[in-house]
Design a protein around this ligand. Structure first.
Ligand code: ADP
Length: 403
């Protein structure tokens, strides 16, 4: 039994093929890779797979990939040529990452014509992502006939938020008629690490109160009560909340009016400024946190500010969500920064002893890129580092959805 996960972006398709064993935790990666620069002369296909002898092989080559159709066709062919996939009859499900499920989708959903229509309706809410996600589904449906396709939504995990968390304080018709509200994103990752954290706490997820921090190029914090999301930092779009690689996160909306009135900015300029020229990039000129640290070590003040400001924002969210939850069992760090950046974790957790959170600074410095507990033994609130695995979570949820 195998499950293929497809993550279709505007110019790339990432994929991972899982071999599912008998046990609930028996998931092996049979192959992984990506079709990149789709539609460009430099398009290429990369495949990494485990051969019959158990050794890892890699093949990367230029390929004429003019469209998502070409991309998925080539991925299917490459998987079969390598032997990673014997035939379509081995595929139990294809799981698709879909960024926006709006209010329509609370769980992974087996794709039919109605689901496709609903994902299409959601395009105005995620104009950059949903069209590509939908393309992937439509093509995979044709190329893998008879194999159930499952849509797994980034927004679904947050559909449990109460109205007080998801509504904005603006006139109600904008919500009722135009769907303006907080949706939240990274749901698959928050859900995955929450389940892992529950295992580390030794109790069912439905009894766990958690603050999960997904800190990658995009970053979001989620408050989880009794296993369900009750608040999250990203909003109607992934722009709100924490400081990110190139996104500003929280900002006074009146800054927009000021920029329009005084600098003549239009919508496109503002979109580019806040989504692609801000965050770490805006503060110090680079968006990779490793580079920011390197510059800070060389004494660049802007880079020091970028780290300090990101930590300050993160700490504010931890404090706010501790207040929302009342009792916190664990704070969880994940994503490229959360898993590797020991300084960011230490800075974000410093001074939170009053909340019952005491970091083990030496232990924290040792946990890089792997799972571990980094709180002091007597800390009431545990602090976990848990590498995320969104593809595995999509694969598991897809298999659950097809029963
Ligand atoms: P994406 O959101 O694209 O999936 P990732 O979760 O891979 O992003 O995280 C990317 C971020 O993680 C980058 O800012 C990168 O610099 C940062 N990162 C990766 N490794 C380290 C490290 N050792 N120390 C600090 N930051 C790191």
């Amino acid at each position: 039994m195998k499950v293929l996960v497809l993550n279709s972006g505007s110019s790339s398709i990432k994929f991972r093929l899982f071999q599912v064993g008998a046990g609930a935790d028996d998931w092996q990666v049979a192959a992984t890779g990506a079709a990149t620069r789709i539609g460009e002369p430099s398009a290429s296909l990369k495949l990494i797979w485990t051969n019959a002898d158990g050794a890892t092989e890699t093949r990367e080559h230029a390929a004429a990939i003019g469209s998502h159709n070409d991309g998925i066709e080539r991925i299917g062919a490459a998987l079969q040529e390598s032997g990673a996939l014997g035939g379509l009859d081995e595929l139990t499900a294809v799981g698709h990452r879909v960024v926006h499920g709006g209010e329509a989708f609370h769980a992974p959903t087996v794709v039919d014509d109605d689901v496709i229509a609903a994902i299409r309706q959601m395009i105005p809410l995620a104009p950059l992502h949903n069209p590509a996600n939908l393309d992937g589904i439509l093509v995979a449906r044709e190329l893998f006939p008879g194999v159930p396709q499952v849509a797994v939504f980034d927004t679904a995990f947050h559909q449990t938020m109460p109205r007080t968390a998801y509504r904005y304080a603006i006139p109600g018709y904008l919500y009722r008629e135009h769907h303006v509200r907080r949706y939240g994103f990274h749901g698959t990752s928050h859900h995955y690490v929450a389940k892992q954290a529950a295992q580390m706490l030794g109790k069912p997820l439905s009894q766990c109160n958690l603050i999960t921090l997904h800190l990658g190029n995009g970053a979001s914090a989620t408050a989880i009560r009794d296993g369900a999301s009750v608040d999250t930092s990203m909003g109607m779009t992934p722009l709100e909340g924490l400081v990110m690689g190139t996104r500003c996160g929280d900002i006074d909306p009146a800054v927009h009016f000021y920029l329009c009135r005084h600098l003549g900015f239009d919508n496109e300029t503002l979109d580019d400024l806040l989504n692609r020229q801000s965050g770490l990039m805006g503060l110090c000129g680079v968006n990779d946190m490793r580079e920011v640290h390197r510059l800070a070590e060389e004494g660049h003040e802007d880079a020091e500010l970028a780290i300090g400001l990101s930590c300050h924002r993160l700490k504010k969210y931890i404090g706010a969500y501790a207040a929302v939850l009342g009792r916190v069992d664990a704070v969880v760090f994940t994503g490229g920064i959360g898993e590797n950046d020991t300084e960011m974790r230490e800075c974000a957790c410093a001074g939170l002893e009053a909340f019952g959170l005491v970091l083990d600074c030496e232990g924290n410095a040792r946990v890089i890129g792997s799972a571990g507990t980094v709180s002091a033994p007597h800390s009431q609130v545990k602090v976990f580092v848990i590498p995320t695995d969104e593809e595995l979570e999509i694969a598991r949820q897809s298999l659950d959805a097809v029963g």
